[in-house]
Design a protein around this ligand. Sequence first.
Ligand code: ADP
Ligand code: MG
Length: 209
Amino acid sequence: MSGWKESSEAVESGADDGLSPVSALVALGSNLASEWGAPDETLLRAVERLDAISERLTVRAVSSIWRTLPVGESVGPAGQPIFANAVATVETTLGPFELLAALQEIEREARRVRKVFWGPRTLDLDLILFDELVLASPTLTLPHPRAVWRDFVLGPACEIVPDWRLPTTGLTLREHRRLLGENFANFESTAFWTQVVANGDVNAFGQNV
Ligand code: ADP
Ligand code: MG
């Protein structure tokens, strides 16, 4: 996205605690004006906040902004506004829960209001990958279980880190995006999603969608 540059600042390599930095992938989404402005402006500010929130975290690269129809929704007066989505890579010596807490702090700063599941939101920040960590805890699942089903995550991610691999499948983000395209073709895209949402079904990765 214009105005967003790859950071050239070096990460201080964990001088405090001896940890070496790891790379992580963060997804950003907004379809409602926030304290910080319209969705595009909100994503820009969120990336700036992320870069500034800790000396132990540096934003490395940011995708362009993708526009996506809300899942299971019509667009227009009766439906939700179109989403603005992007992804960013970071290098950090924070732990995964510290990084999640930082993302949630930024969501709070943007005064995220969420009334409905998958409803409009001012800012949603998800942790997609954290190094090669595989984790299923009550507050944090890694890799993010729905990322491989979301072209608004895989599309922007393939702009900046197409060769990163999911530790669970061993496949790259580029390979997952190709598979997703094939699945969408099979499942007739929106109709499939609407049905899955309505049925509270379970996807092929065994995760509730
Ligand atoms: P969603 O992003 O799926 O629409 P929320 O943003 O409201 O939903 O997240 C709800 C909860 O998901 C958070 O309180 C957080 O603890 C949990 N969570 C589990 N795994 C992750 C992850 N990888 N990234 C972000 N949140 C996660
Ligand atoms: Mg979220």
